[in-house]
Design a protein. Sequence first.
Length: 369
Amino acid sequence: CVMAEVTPPHSSPTTGKRTERPEVGNVVAKIQKVDVSSLQKHSKDLREQTETVKHHYDIRTDQGLANRNQSQIFHLRNFNNWTKSVLLKKYISNAKYDNVFRPRWEREFYALDLCCGKMGDALKWRIGKVNCVVGADIALEGLKDGMNRYYERKMDKNFSLSLICADCSVVDITRGLPDPKMLFDICSCQFALHYSFGTREHARTMVRNAAQHLRKGGFFIGTIPNADVLLERAKDTGEWRSKDDICVVKFEQEISEITRPIGFGVKYTFTLQDAIDACPEYLINVELLESICKEFDLELKELKPFRRFKEEHFRRNRDLWDRMKVPGLSPAEYEVIDLYQVFAFEKMRGSSSNIKRVPPTRDEIEILE
């Protein structure tokens, strides 16, 4: 386990209070010897692919508002954010007000943001009135950007934040939590779960990280590619291109050679203009996902294509749709939208009583290997 610390904020020696936000870029690593050999027996090919994904997200820089506004996927990004906002709003509400297992006296709400990237959903957590967020991701540079964003937008006044740098499909993140006994009311994994479906072991580890600290009656939610749609579109040539070439999908093997039902390790590369550059991904057989989730007491509650989810929730969220500047989607963007679906699982067994105090913001980023 590597535990990297971010330079802590300046504080008063007498009060210990932060007087200014930390300079997150100054990272000092401390090494702790932990035996994780059983978790590191994946193939060289998978290790290389993991490094490719990590490198891809580490080197991506913030394009800035002006560039994003000119992007061919401007409205697509906004649609995806609208979908995530509505999904989070729905299940935060369910977890807060409809969870009969949640003690009535508990007011604090805890969220796990699995594969959180640059904390792009931080505003959604603030709007949801979450008290504590733990974010985990493989890309350290993205996490540092996320911590900077957290302080720059003064979100430390809304919720406490702890960040963990780890491959969530390989490492048990319990060691990186601010309190190993804490439970989450909700776990969100957006546009990332498919990276773990290279092997059953990786997929199980990812789901275990989502489920093992989830409160009884809590939810595991997210967004994933639709394997059936991807295979249908690429069936003739093993490749699919959207209108205007804003999105390209290429499979490594002939579609006719892919056995059904789909197993683990069915790889393709995915390119999305201004976002993703030929990154390796894996198909998700939702029946396999559901089976793994059942091992960890998670029961499927919702699985819907993006368009259907939008149709069901559009009327009640029309104002948000307009504010987020979703109108104006191009035919090419709609083609990409149809590649995705939302999911939600509920934790059916386990503990329901949480820790007594919200952990304070942790100004170091824990690195687990």
